[in-house]
Design a protein around this ligand. Structure first.
Ligand SMILES: O=c1ccn([C@@H]2O[C@H](COP(=O)(O)OP(=O)(O)O[C@H]3O[C@H](CO)[C@@H](O)[C@H](O)[C@H]3O)[C@@H](O)[C@H]2O)c(=O)[nH]1
Ligand SMILES: [Mn+2]
Length: 742
């Protein structure tokens, strides 16, 4: 008997048994060691009357740091509890005409930092997803309100009329034209020998060049420069909504094209616009009166669909009757096209998108990651029961548009073509600044506003309401983004993220308090780990200063080598490093990558984790306002070359460079002074750990020394800044020594 396709599962979830065993065993051993460490610290506090008085402050600081590190470690174990991976079977999906519709939302904010050609490549790759064209609708939100972007879309539409049929005819895998023509991957497949294909390819290539040229000419046109009169002020302009379509006046016939819509929401200086979350909410409303697809794909403009299959893969979960009722979104990992082999800045966020999300997938699902996810539209409408509600109540909740409220009924499909004019008018109402006033948008409905990491917050609340998510990681990356690959950008972006994350940790929605009654404990711990890991800044600052100054002054803070507790500290140190090494190897990394990750963790902790935490605290007490500085996506050849060569680009802001230099020079001088003192006094046994710690920090951060002493290229450290910093730290160390002698 044949099993019908309908009965076969669309996806399969596989628990990673070996990893699970290793993780749990490690958890057991490491936590036992931590227990003994706490025992040692506490018993010292009660026993050692004499030394207590003079060592107390540094001692307590080191102990507090150990407590914070252990706290973050415990939270992080939740990811390691039950890692899973998933397989999908898109060939078992129903026929094309039975597939549900998808709206794609792409956000852009700044035509200078986010070049139009790059954004249009994202648009084109989304339009050419392997999905029925009638059921695919692409919306671009332009927060820059730039006519250049709008014109760019018209040009892209013209090119798409050639590009889409070409991709379909030759089953092209790489459907982002920029990637396809870059020729990095051979995408010719079965047609490599076909002369017709080659001729077609050449023709399309010419069209692509012409497309780029047209955008370039537009860009150079002074009429589009920012200062030109009549050009939109980014902060103050009316809404513009345009359905991109053109009379069929060229020679491509009958090409089925997805709907393509340009939306630039109204901006007024008197209104807060809530950054990307605000932009996404406008798209959510405008699209509801145009295409109202039940599923939405969200993309940033700095990434493209690298493989056209993601929509079908996502449907393998959304259409699975066993999980679909509670499933809010399918998250794909963020992967990047510009990662170097050793990835000195960990720009790929390896741990997040491999281990952590897989771990959460084994619980209730990964965190929403801003881009590359397929979300069910109704999951964004809060827990309002639409059926029984009065119209007035609904308006309190969703704002005043009748058309929008009608769209909440899932069976509603707008007849867009026949009433385009009215719908565009409704669109303008929905994209206006005032629309959200006195409604629940951003608070309970749509993407949430209370954080600059809108993705984290929105995902967290979905999970709190009982929704789940899944993580889909096919071997071929479905989306490829542009990662930040210079130190300054990495740290600025980090400061924004950690400020947003920590802000959630200290709000009343802290995952540790708000989470546990609403979701499994382990799932809340995962969310908590993300919000609290910026706290790494405290122990790392402490470990980079206190033991070293104590070393110089002969104050021991750790057990002697001959003490039985020495083994405990050694074990904890090695066990953390080895576990990290195992995870790097498991995810395809090398020894080199491992040490790079250790280093960037230190660098980030003492800079952007600290600034993130401070920023969050200042926002909380009302001294600072939220800000979202989009990252720079214009490629700088010199900078990317340094990154590709594993050389740090130290031409970064002094707010980042100064703390790194200061801490390193403390370590170097205390190490030298310490060795000198210890060899005079002969207390190696007592001071071993402190000597070792300073040596470890110096070794891991050797590239900073290299940047100062050896390198002469453009990315080296400014000598002037370094001299000031080193002088200042010397004076500080002197003062410490004097204070102790008083
Ligand atoms: O006022 C704004 C600011 C940004 N964006 C868009 O938001 C996206 C993300 O901005 P980007 O500068 O690329 O920031 P990243 O730090 O790289 O973004 C990461 O972090 C964000 C905040 O957590 C997530 O939303 C993103 O998806 C995630 O890739 C881009 O498409 C921007 O055009 C807007 O539409 N309006
Ligand atoms: Mn980005």
């Amino acid at each position: 008997m044949e099993i019908s396709d309908e009965n076969l599962p669309l996806n399969f979830c596989h628990v990673q048994k070996w990893l699970l065993i290793i993780n749990r065993l490690h958890m057991f051993l490491h936590s036992t060691a931590l227990f003994f460490m706490f025992y040692y610290r506490l018993s010292f506090l009660f026993q050692n009357q004499v030394s207590r008085t003079s060592y107390l402050l540094p001692w307590l600081l080191v102990f507090a740091s150990e407590i914070i590190l252990s706290f973050i470690w415990i939270l992080g174990q939740a990811y390691r509890w039950r890692p899973v991976s998933r397989t999908v079977f898109p060939e078992r999906l129903p026929e094309d005409d039975k597939l549900p519709a998808i709206d794609v939302f792409i956000c852009t904010a700044d035509p200078i930092k986010e070049p139009t050609v790059v954004v249009m490549n994202t648009v084109l790759s989304a339009m050419s997803l392997d999905y029925p064209a009638d059921n695919l609708h692409v919306y671009l939100s332009d927060d820059g309100g730039s006519p250049l972007t709008l014109l760019g879309m018209r040009v892209a539409w013209k090119f798409a009329r050639w590009w889409l049929p070409f991709c379909r005819r030759y089953r092209i895998k790489s459907r982002c034209p920029k990637a396809y023509f870059s020729g990095l991957e051979n995408d010719d497949g079965d047609f490599a020998r076909s002369s017709v294909y080659m001729a077609d390819k050449q023709k399309i290539k010419e069209k692509y060049e012409a497309f780029k040229e047209e955008i370039k000419t537009l860009r150079e046109d002074s009429a589009f420069s920012r200062d030109s009169p009549g050009i939109n002020n980014v902060q103050d302009h009316p809404s513009v909504i345009e359905v991109i379509q053109e009379d069929n006046n060229d020679d491509v016939d009958n090409v089925k094209m997805p709907l393509l819509v340009y939306v630039s929401r109204e901006k007024r200086t008197t209104h807060h616009h809530h950054f990307k979350a605000g932009a996404l909410n406008v798209l959510l409303r405008v699209s509801s009166v145009m295409s109202n697809a039940p599923y939405i794909l969200v993309l940033d403009c700095d990434m493209f669909c690298n493989d056209p299959s993601s929509a079908r893969y996502a449907m393998c979960f959304h259409l699975d009757p066993k999980i679909s009722s509670s499933l809010a979104f399918v998250q794909f990992p963020q992967k990047f096209h510009n990662i170097s082999k050793n990835d000195i800045y960990d720009s790929q966020l390896r741990s997040l998108f491999t281990l952590q999300w897989q771990g959460m997938d084994g619980l209730k699902g990964p965190v929403m990651s801003g881009t590359g996810f397929y979300i069910k539209r109704i999951s964004l409408f809060g827990n309002f029961t639409i059926k029984g509600a009065e119209l007035l109540q609904l308006k309190d909740y969703f704002g005043s548009s009748n058309e929008f409220i009608k769209s909440l009924n899932q069976n509603y499909t707008s007849n867009f073509a026949s009433s385009q004019h009215t719908r565009l008018e409704e669109g303008h109402l929905l994209a206006s600044c005032k629309y959200e006033i006195d409604s629940k948008w951003g608070k309970e409905v749509g993407f949430l506003y209370d954080s600059v990491v809108e993705d984290f917050l929105t995902g967290f609340f979905l999970h709190c309401k009982g929704w789940t998510s899944v993580f889909c990681e096919p071997s071929n990356p479905q989306f490829l983004g542009t990662a930040t690959t210079n130190l300054n950008d990495v740290l600025i972006q980090g400061s924004r993220w950690y400020s947003g994350l920590f802000e959630n940790g200290i709000s009343r929605f802290s995952p540790l308090i708000y989470g546990p009654p609403r979701m499994p404990l382990l799932q809340s711990l995962c969310f908590a780990e993300l919000t609290y890991f910026p706290l790494y800044c405290l122990p790392l600052w402490c470990f980079a200063i206190i033991p070293q100054i104590c070393l110089l002054n002969g104050i021991p803070l750790y057990p002697k080598v001959s003490d039985r507790f020495f083994g405990i500290f050694l074990f904890i140190f090695l066990s953390s490093l080895l576990k990290h090494l195992q995870e790097v190897f498991l995810t395809g990394g090398t020894m080199h990558k491992w040490i790079n990750e250790q280093r960037i963790w230190m660098m980030k902790s003492i800079t952007c984790h600290l600034y993130g935490c401070l920023d969050a605290v200042l926002k909380k007490i009302g001294i600072r306002e939220a800000s979202f500085l989009p990252t720079n996506k214009v490629e700088d050849d010199e900078q990317s070359m340094l990154y590709q060569m594993d050389k740090y680009d130290f031409q970064a802001s002094n707010t980042f460079i100064v703390p790194m230099l200061a801490l390193l020079s403390i370590n170097v001088s205390c190490f030298i002074g310490g060795v000198y003192r210890v060899s005079l006094v002969g207390d190696w046994d007592k001071m071993f750990i402190q000597l070792f710690l300073a040596a470890f920090i110096i070794t891991v951060n050797y590239p900073i020394i290299e940047g100062l002493v050896v390198r002469k290229d453009k990315g080296c450290i400014s000598k002037l800044v370094a001299t000031h910093v080193i002088l200042a730290t010397m004076i500080l160390l002197e003062i410490c020594a004097l204070l102790r002698n008083v």
